[in-house]
Write a protein that binds this ligand. Structure first.
Ligand code: HEC
Ligand code: HEC
Ligand code: HEC
Ligand code: HEC
Ligand code: HEC
Ligand code: HEC
Ligand code: HEC
Length: 207
């Protein structure tokens, strides 16, 4: 099989090769249902900087040559896989938040994936359904609203530090210098504010 695959894999990993053969999580999860068979470092990782992508050795039993893409850089200063994996499968916790309408983000992005039995897929929505390398893999990572189901103390800018460190660019572009005045005049969609301000904001006592 290795000989038969080799050419295709090289082709598949050529980034510009449109229509080329591609890595499929769906296919490989049928052969190896444990995420940690290929991503062993995820179980013990304590830092965002850790590279959790597979090493070529994970493929060696079946493929002679593979090339694996670099991990996406998440906009986070801190995340500890080992600590959160001790909580077990958090999908039911997220599902309960969606159902009670406490979830602060867009439920459509996560609701279809919350019946999973896989503790990793509870955060990595859609990875079990993925059949190719995603050009924009944002959707395969947790949404900020997922984290806020448990980390529910919201008080910008102070509460943001827990996950974002001293990231100074968290103010959305919509928030111009005169935003405090401007926001009372504009027609604002309250739904989109909740993920950063919560639903029960008092905002200096005006609301
Ligand atoms: C057979 C090996 C294999 C298994 C099993 C596997 N993966 Fe992967 N995974 C890969 C490879 C190769 C990549 C890089 C290609 C890609 O991004 O699709 C990857 C990429 C990823 C990424 C990064 C996606 C991106 O584009 O940034 C995440 C997250 C991930 N896997 C999570 C998981 C989870 C969760 C499971 C279990 C449900 C799992 N993987 C099972 C091989 C595997
Ligand atoms: C509580 C949510 C959560 C759980 C559970 C979780 N992850 Fe992640 N994962 C994240 C976040 C957030 C990131 C982006 C930050 C980072 O890289 O640490 C990430 C990043 C990744 C990446 C790509 C980033 C890189 O640096 O290589 C892989 C691969 C991955 N996780 C695999 C797994 C596997 C495998 C499991 C189960 C053993 C798992 N994750 C469980 C939240 C989670
Ligand atoms: C247990 C054996 C096994 C392991 C381990 C394995 N694969 Fe595969 N892989 C397969 C099989 C079987 C196919 C489907 C072959 C076919 O029918 O074309 C495949 C297909 C692929 C393809 C697509 C080629 C095509 O023809 O569609 C890529 C890319 C690939 N694998 C990458 C990897 C990477 C990267 C790893 C390691 C992280 C890995 N595989 C680990 C068995 C394996
Ligand atoms: C199911 C509940 C739950 C979810 C969802 C959750 N966490 Fe946590 N998190 C915890 C618990 C429990 C702790 C440990 C106690 C504490 O520090 O609050 C913790 C601790 C932390 C810490 C402090 C520990 C450290 O490493 O410095 C950070 C940062 C963090 N989580 C980030 C995140 C991010 C980012 C997400 C979303 C990708 C997330 N958490 C999702 C429950 C959760
Ligand atoms: C418990 C963890 C956690 C806390 C607390 C948190 N965030 Fe986030 N935030 C995330 C995660 C996870 C992402 C997605 C990161 C990624 O995938 O790149 C994110 C993404 C973002 C983004 C980027 C959105 C985008 O589409 O690029 C902004 C802006 C942001 N957060 C602002 C804030 C602000 C403002 C606060 C404080 C009110 C805050 N965050 C508090 C976890 C958190
Ligand atoms: C100086 C007083 C003041 C402050 C501080 C203030 N607002 Fe407002 N806000 C107003 C006024 C006045 C209106 C327009 C009248 C109304 O709808 O209540 C408004 C309207 C809004 C609306 C749209 C109307 C609605 O309730 O659906 C939202 C959403 C909103 N503000 C969010 C915020 C947030 C989030 C903060 C804090 C970050 C904040 N405001 C701080 C005075 C204030
Ligand atoms: C991506 C996160 C994010 C979103 C979404 C968001 N805000 Fe903010 N907002 C912030 C941050 C960060 C600050 C600055 C907090 C500070 O430094 O005191 C802020 C400040 C404000 C202020 C105070 C004015 C000022 O100049 O500091 C108002 C009013 C406000 N936001 C209203 C809103 C309204 C209304 C919405 C929805 C339409 C919204 N915000 C959506 C992150 C966000």
């Amino acid at each position: 099989m290795a000989h038969h695959l080799q050419g295709l894999i090289l082709l598949g990993w050529c980034l510009s090769g449109a229509g080329a053969a591609d890595f499929s999580h769906v296919l490989h999860l049928k052969l190896m249902p444990q995420c940690t068979s290929c991503h062993p470092r995820a179980a013990t990782s304590t830092k965002v900087e850790d590279n959790l992508m597979p090493r070529p050795q994970a493929c060696a039993a079946c493929h002679k040559q593979v090339s694996i893409k670099a991990p996406r850089k998440a906009r986070l200063a801190k995340f500890d896989h080992a600590l959160h994996l001790k909580l077990g499968n958090i999908a039911p916790v997220l599902k309960a938040a969606v159902q009670s309408k406490a979830y602060l983000g867009d439920p459509a992005l996560v609701a279809p994936y919350l019946d999973t039995k896989n503790a990793c897929a509870a955060c990595h929505h859609g990875i079990e359904q993925s059949t190719r390398v995603a050009a924009d893999s944002r959707a395969l990572y947790p949404q900020m609203a997922d984290c806020l189901v448990c980390h529910n103390k919201i008080d910008p800018p102070f509460s943001c530090e827990l996950c974002h460190g001293d990231d100074k660019g968290l103010r959305p572009a919509s928030h111009t210098a005169d935003y405090l005045d401007a926001h009372t005049r504009r027609t604002v969609v309250k739904q989109g504010c909740a993920v950063c301000h919560g639903r029960k904001f008092t905002c200096l006592g005006c609301h």
